[in-house]
Design a protein. Sequence first.
Length: 111
Amino acid sequence: MDNGVKIGRKPHKRGKGRQFAEGNPGRPKGAKNKFTSLRSSFLEVFEKLGGTQGLLDWCARSSKNQAQFYSWVTKMLPSGIEISSPDGGPVSHVMKIIVVNTDDPGDEGEE
């Protein structure tokens, strides 16, 4: 569906960054990135703890767990997204997340 709205990431401004100390060549070729290893370990533990179903069960145990889950989700959402209208102007937008307490069927959530 092409309604003329463009969605994309803002260009990242790259600087030179901090230079290595003289005589320090940086990470050797072939050395593994520590973040990649950490990510793999995290995913392995996630699967051993029950994967998606285990996380769902944990969230269903209490509203405190649900609130913690939503806190994690908001931190993982992309930031710095640029949206423009068909005429090229900016589009103002608001993301609203409403947490509903499933322990109380009458609770409509709080903003």
